[in-house]
Design a binder for this molecule. Structure first.
Ligand code: 13P
Length: 348
């Protein structure tokens, strides 16, 4: 393993002012996004949408350090024949690849899931490296059960262990292949649970994850963590302030994430665009931690651009303006320099 090379990639992925664009939606998930703007889920529409994003300047040059691609996308080319990988590299960003194969029910643990994709992963990683990927992503999904449920509460210790074991196997294989693993144990924010419960579960999940990474020989200098923020479930009546979210998230990270990890790049997980930016900004304003904290957003970087585009070529410029704006706002949040006033000011 060339740890120096892995560390160099990881450090670049979390360079201040920049973060990661998660454009790795599976064909099914991107279909839902396209359906929200009444656009058909064809290969051409998927390509046009992503080409628009990857050609957006100055966002790509200034605020996107890496792009997570899906298997179809890493092999795809722009309309003029330029491979997407080249478009991304020419913008100074690093191409990455989602390598997990999604979730399936975890046998023996009702209400929990396990992420698939370890079989044949060594061979797939070798191919993705040849195609230009220098980092990868694997997402484990952790669902918190309803607060009224006492029997069969989730997540269970066994469920967390199984998912984090898979993340450890994946991460070790990535590093062997010269690819930086993004490890993503996502505690979902859709439920009724309180912020206290999210705090507790996130702490357990990260604690168990770093134990697995240690036991499986993963070098932390060559890893990026992609966690959820500590928030209340969307359906919980009591919602925390941005100060509480920042304070709890930083505490959980300090309690569980070794300082050898170069960076933490959050998922947005269904937070509103401005909310995801505001919460990241607040954490960086508080400061006092050993890792870089930045974004690896899917929806929170793309949604306004998607609604501006509406699947129509004539809206290309408006979509790029929307993406430029969100990328710039999140770039500011990654250094704690964002404000609502700046966000409300339309870019020149
Ligand atoms: P969201 O930011 O939309 O949650 O997507 C990030 C991601 O890659 C989830 O796996």
């Amino acid at each position: 393993m060339d740890l120096e090379a892995l560390n160099k990639i990881a450090v670049k992925m979390v360079e201040p002012g920049t973060g990661i664009l998660a454009a790795d939606e599976s064909t099914g998930t991107i279909g839902k996004r396209l359906a929200s703007i009444d656009t058909e889920n064809t290969e051409e529409n998927r390509r046009d949408w992503r080409e628009m994003l990857f050609r957006t300047q100055p966002a790509m040059n200034d605020h996107i350090s890496g792009v997570i691609l899906f298997d179809e996308t890493i092999r795809q080319s722009a309309k003029d024949g330029t491979p997407f990988v080249k478009l991304i590299q020419d913008a100074g960003a690093i191409p990455g690849i989602k390598v997990d194969k999604g979730i399936t029910p975890l046998a023996g643990r009702p209400g929990e899931t396990i992420t698939q994709g370890l079989d044949g992963l060594r061979e797939r990683l070798a191919e993705y490296y040849e195609l230009g990927a220098r980092f990868a992503k694997w997402r484990a999904v952790i669902e918190i059960s309803h607060p009224d449920q006492y029997v069969g509460m989730t997540p269970s210790r066994g469920g967390l262990k199984a998912n984090n074991h898979a993340l450890g196997r994946y991460a070790a294989l990535c590093q062997e292949a010269g690819i930086v693993p993004i490890v993503e144990p996502e505690v979902l924010m859709g439920g009724h649970h309180s912020v206290e419960r999210c705090h507790e579960v996130t702490e357990k999940a990260l604690n168990s994850l770093f134990t697995e990474l240690y036991e499986q020989g993963v070098a932390l200098e060559g890893v990026i963590l992609k966690p959820n923020m500590v928030v209340a479930g969307k359906k919980c009546a009591v919602q925390p302030s941005r100060e509480e979210i920042a304070e709890r998230t930083i505490k959980v990270l300090k309690d569980t994430v070794p300082s050898a990890v170069p960076g933490v790049a959050f998922l947005s997980g269904g937070q509103e665009n401005e909310e995801a930016t505001r919460n990241l900004d607040m954490m960086n304003k508080v400061g006092g931690f050993p890792w870089k904290l930045t974004y690896s957003y899917g929806r929170a970087l793309q949604q306004s651009a998607l609604f501006a585009w509406k699947g129509q070529a004539e809206n290309y410029d408006a979509a790029q303006a929307a993406f430029n704006h969100r990328a710039r706002m999140n770039g500011l949040a990654s250094i704690g320099a964002w404000s609502a006033e700046i966000d409300d000011t339309v870019d020149a």
